[in-house]
Design a protein. Structure first.
Length: 327
């Protein structure tokens, strides 16, 4: 979280379609529980049959070893303090998993949390975690408030002009439908024509829906109608009561939801987007973070993290700085 990724799934305000685009904000965030469906998708049947919602508890971080050579690559100030300031968005509950969430006792959990903690172990430092919002984290990195930003931020051309990205997974843009929807798959924006679509405002999902609004008319079909929500709870309610037909959101999150939200089905993916840590333009931390992710890939710790959260096939073969973008 999610293109990326979404707005916090614990927010409660439904926003209007006129919400301004915040293209430098997070692609979206999905802020709960273990995925039991295959990475290729989950059917509504899997969700309805009661797929496991137990939060995975495997310890995939404490065995990670510090690499002295990589620690030596850190800026002197970071080596001296032993900390890196991280700007992120607070995840509440479990509705934002696999990316991030909290246990009932308030412990931060999720794929993103395990990944960043493993990176810190490799570098021999700790994170000074500070919370902002999706629209404020990237500007906070730009102005020096945070050394690093992480909130399922997808790399886009516009963002790479102002910050650097260090990739650590691949996410994308996908569709989640109500179980009773006439279609069982969707591969493009025109597959939404005639349907009521829900997504988060201030995200690349909104950008894609706005850019594609004319495609239905060009194809001789009825337009889709878009509703914007800052919380997924009303989206799930809308899918259940027929007021929403399709949710457009981040791939990892929607595959996860299809496995855990009864009455939904995963319809397919329309695109893929590299996701990464965000650092200030030209910051030496970008390469160090990339080297740390690649170390985790080489040791097999990276694969263990993705296996824990049930999302194999969404990792990167190698981490790079400022990957090619698709839009």
């Amino acid at each position: 979280m999610t293109i990326l990724h979404h707005l916090p799934r614990h927010a409660t305000t439904a926003l209007t379609a006129s919400a301004a685009l915040a293209l430098l904000a997070g692609c979206g965030s999905n802020t709960g529980t273990a995925v039991t469906a295959a990475a290729g998708g989950a059917s509504s049947g899997a969700a309805a049959s009661g797929a496991s919602t137990a939060i995975p508890t495997q310890d995939v971080v404490s065995s990670v070893q510090t690499d002295p050579a990589l620690k030596a690559e850190l800026p002197a100030a970071v080596r001296s303090s032993g900390t890196i300031t991280l700007g992120t968005v607070k995840a509440v509950g479990t509705s934002g998993l696999p990316h991030g969430g909290q246990t009932p006792d308030g412990k931060d959990i999720g794929l993103d949390v395990d990944l960043r903690n493993a990176v810190a172990k490799v570098l021999g430092v700790s994170w000074d975690v500070q919370y902002g919002t999706f629209p404020t984290v990237i500007p906070g990195v730009q102005n020096g408030k945070y050394d690093v930003g992480q909130a399922n931020f997808g790399a886009t051309r516009a963002r790479e002009k102002v910050v650097d990205f260090t990739t650590y997974l691949n996410d994308g843009q996908s569709f989640l439908g109500a179980a009773g929807l006439k279609i069982d798959s969707a591969a493009g924006i025109t597959d939404l024509c005639g349907y009521n679509v829900a997504t988060s405002p201030g995200t690349t999902f909104q950008q894609l829906l706005t850019d594609g609004a004319s495609k239905c008319a060009a194809a001789g079909r009825s337009p889709y109608k878009v509703q914007y929500f800052a919380d997924t709870a009303p989206i799930f309610l809308g899918l259940a009561n027929g007021k929403i037909d399709i949710e457009f959101g981040p791939t990892l999150a929607l595959k996860y939801d299809a496995a855990h939200i009864p009455g939904t089905k995963y319809l397919g993916q329309v695109g893929s987007t590299p996701v990464g840590f965000v650092t200030a333009k030209g910051s030496p931390l970008a390469k160090v973070l990339s080297d740390a992710v690649n170390k985790l890939i080489a040791t097999g710790d990276y694969a263990k993290i993705f296996a824990k959260w049930g999302v194999p096939g969404t990792g990167v073969l190698s981490s790079v700085v400022n990957p090619p973008t698709t839009f």
